[in-house]
Each structure stands twice: as C-alpha cells, then as structure tokens.
Design a binder for this molecule. Structure first.
Ligand code: UDP
Length: 312
C-alpha cells in the first residue's frame, strides 16, 4: 500500500510512520512542522519507501494515489494548542476536510486521530465511547476540543454521505520517546525536571487524574483499529488511572531524583479526571495495553536524558 500520514513529524505520527514502514508499505509523510520536528524522522533519511512533504494541510494538495490515510496533523499539547489556537481550529476543520477529500478521491481507507478531550471535563467516569462529553465551547481548551469534536462530525459525515471508509480513534494521554521535552505536558515536564534536579511542578493539588499509555501500546491499538471496519469512535488508552501527585512520585522513583515537589495554580478547565473504558477495544479488536507506567517511564529515560543534554 501507499500510505499518507499527516502529522508525520510529530510524536505519534513519526511512530506510526515507523510501524507502517515496518509492515512493508510505502509512506508519504506530510507535516508543516509547526509543532513536529524533522529530528523524529531523521533515521528515515535513506529509507527509499519513505517520502516527506512539508505542507500545511489547510491548503489543498494532491499527494497522488494513496490507499490508506492516517490524519494525525494537529498541535496536541495544551501549551502548543493554546499558543496556536486559530491554527488548531483550522487544521481540525479545513485541514481535516482537505484530507477527507483526498480519501474520497482515491477511495482510500481513512483513520482520524481524535482524543479523550472530546469528553472535556467528564462527569461520567471512566469514559465510554457512548458518553457525549462536558466541553466548555469558549474556554482555553476549546480551540482543541471543539476542533477535534468538529473533526469527528466531519469524518462521520464523509462516511455517511460520501461513503468514505472511516475510523475514529480517541487517544488518551500517551508518552514515550519523541514526546517533545519542552512541550509542557506532564510527563515531559516531570521527566526533564527530575533529570535536571529541578522542582517538579504540580498544577493544583495533584489530585486530578490521568491514565497514561506507552507509545508502542498506543500505536499497536491504532494499527489494529485501522484493520477493522468499525466507523464509530474507539477509545485507545491505558485504563490504569494515576493522580498527578502519584505520577510525580513515580517519575522521581524511576529517575532516582531527589527533586522537590512544588505546587502551582491549576489552569482553567483542567479536567479533574480521565480514564478510558476500553471494553470496546478489548472486545472488538482484542487489544489492550501491556506496559505499565513505571516500565514505560524506564523505557523513556534514555530519550529524555539525551534531549536535555542536547539543549544543555
Ligand atoms: N500538569 C502538572 N504539571 C506540569 C504539567 C501538567 O501538574 O508540569 C498537570 C495538568 O494540569 C493536567 C495533567 O498534569 O492536570 C496533564 O497535563 P498535560 O498537559 O500532560 O495534558 P492534558 O491531559 O491536560 O491534556
């Protein structure tokens, strides 16, 4: 197959590119590099089955015939999407539409990267795919949440009205090598702070929860979904739920750091809890994650060590 991956220079996009190449396919990776980095693709410089196009998907383009499309282009860390608010809204609307038109033109199968942010600050716990969410449409997170919710509606409409063969994955917090060390996310911040001996910055009292999935598990779940015929959203994440305070202590343990923990104000609309119900993925795809948080943090240590050395 010839596979189009948008957001290919990003954290998930680049791991997905590697996994699709490993299956023997050709990949055209597209990225405008607004948050992605060519460092994530540097190891593919001499890979003849990989081609890179620097392109903003909000502008129409024709990649030529493709058989499968993975739409992963979007700023995704809260710090990035709040800095690039309008770009985030546009890539989730005009950008997604352009990529759906490509899938329609070439009758390519399509998988869109959606998010647990569709559930907002959820008042149902854990979150099943049937939950409609609790999203502030004008809050600081709205540029991301509403773009992703609009994308889900658009993808579903192209499936319903234009017969595009679509899939929607709702991705929960994912971490691992290539997560940008300075992207402001909790794992990147805690790992770099712990390794430098700086204070670990907890926002709020640290009682809010997240459920962290190691990147190889996430990619495995996404690829398994890509081979299925399910058109409605599927949660792919690790159901093991952590308070942010426990997460900070896990990072301290794995890094052997004696950093202090300090508390900062909680950002507006920060979700108080998040945990995927993965019954659908388990029953439909036979998928579940294998790597627990401490193991995944250990697997990420070398990467975070070398990223802080690179900027030192
Ligand atoms: N967080 C924190 N300290 C940090 C970065 C994040 O306590 O240095 C908290 C943040 O307020 C949120 C959680 O960790 O409650 C996860 O934040 P992240 O930015 O990784 O992603 P989110 O799940 O909020 O999109």
């Amino acid at each position: 197959m010839r596979v189009l991956i948008t957001g290919a220079a990003g954290f998930l996009g680049s791991h997905l590119t590697d996994a699709v190449l490993a299956e023997g396919h050709e990949v055209l990776g597209v990225d405008n590099l607004c948050t992605g980095s060519l460092d994530n693709l540097a190891h593919l410089e001499h890979e003849p089955r990989f081609e890179f196009l620097e392109q903003d998907i909000c502008q129409p383009f024709d990649p030529g015939k493709v058989d499968y499309v993975f739409n992963f282009a979007s700023p995704a860390s809260p710090a990035d999407y709040m800095r690039l608010g309008i770009e985030t809204l546009m890539v989730g609307s005009a950008g997604t539409r352009n990529i759906l038109e490509i899938a329609a033109k070439y009758q390519a199968r399509f998988l869109h990267a959606s998010t647990s942010e569709c559930y907002g600050d959820p008042d149902e716990h854990p979150q099943t795919e049937a939950y409609w969410g609790n999203v502030n449409p004008i809050g600081p997170r709205s540029v991301y949440d509403e773009a992703k919710r609009f994308s889900e509606a658009l993808v579903t409409a192209y499936c319903r009205y234009r017969n595009v063969d679509t899939r929607l994955v709702r991705i929960f917090n994912t971490y691992g090598p290539r997560l940008q060390a300075n992207d402001g996310r909790v794992i990147s911040n805690f790992m770099t702070q712990a390794l430098r001996g700086d204070d670990l910055t907890i926002y709020g009292d640290g009682g809010q929860t997240r459920s962290f999935c190691y990147v190889s598990d996430e990619i495995d779940g996404i690829l398994t979904l890509s081979r299925s015929d399910e058109h409605t959203p599927v949660n792919i994440g690790n159901p093991s739920e952590w308070t942010i305070l426990d997460c900070a202590n896990a990072v301290k343990k794995v890094t052997g750091s004696s950093s202090k923990i300090v508390f900062h104000p909680l950002p507006q609309d920060d979700p108080t809890q998040r945990q995927p119900d993965i019954t659908k993925a388990r029953t439909l795809l036979g998928w579940e994650p294998k790597i627990d948080l401490e193991t995944g943090l250990k697997l990420s240590l070398d990467y975070f060590r070398s990223s802080i050395e690179a900027v030192a």
